[in-house]
Design a protein. Sequence first.
Length: 285
Amino acid sequence: MQIIKANNFACPLDGTPLLGDKTLRCDNGHSFDMARQGYLHLLPVQNKKSKQPGDSQAMVVARSRFLEEGFYLPVSDHLNALALQYLALAGDLCVVDAGCGEGYYLDRFCDVLMLHEGGAATLTGLDISKPAVVAAARRNKLITWLVASNSNPPLLPQSVDMIFCMFGFPDYAAFKKILKPGGKVLLVEAAEDHLLELRQVIYPEVRKAPPPALDRAELVGFSLVDSQSLTYQTAALNREQIADLLVMTPHLFRATREGKAAAAELDSLVLTVDLQLRVLGMVDM
Ligand SMILES: C[S@@+](CC[C@H](N)C(=O)[O-])C[C@H]1O[C@@H](n2cnc3c(N)ncnc32)[C@H](O)[C@@H]1O
């Protein structure tokens, strides 16, 4: 498939179509410039809940380094296979990664999509963190990158075939609005044993929780179409990689001081990756 730039933008202030190339404008005179790094900032200041929302620069750098080591390569491969199974590659496609971080997964999906015959595809990664989107824009110039929020994705209604939401913060009502009829959400979330060996070091007691319930999704009309588990052991992480993993996850904020000190003492750690990949579709109403 040929990857082309997205053209289904909606003004984040009034929802009307945004048109243009380097500067996008809506009919009501709101305008947004493409940043020189190649992304669009479509998060109005009044929609920001903090000055620098989302992941910090330090988290983005740690995640980039960790992912580049290949520890989550099987996650990316499984995501790609599952997405291809539910996308009709014959026509034109629009796939969005909502909470894309620094773009690792969408970049690898782009590589796979380009190997397939078919029409044109737009790939859009959006994240509320500007440092994450700046890093993503550096990674892949074919993908459209947006600083934007999952709660108000600046995309036209019924213009998206599939939304990835990986280790993220889904807003199901907003996702429903931008999905085409028959569109799908693909969730990747931690299952009970995810990173168990690290959690055993940093918490006095490990609580095993299943992936989040789907009641909020079901409330707006989504239902579960497919659910797959992915469980494997990583290669051994060294001291720096363990530190990166801690920084890139919410565990850094939740772990006890003693737990973090114990993790800093580790020279090597093999981890269990235990994930649930779920595909959601709209129930016909
Ligand atoms: C745990 S990280 C996962 C990043 C990426 N999906 C990955 O798996 O590598 C969660 C991401 O969600 C972003 N995020 C948090 N709240 C968000 C929101 N309301 N809208 C869009 N992105 C958000 C963060 O900035 C961060 O990049």
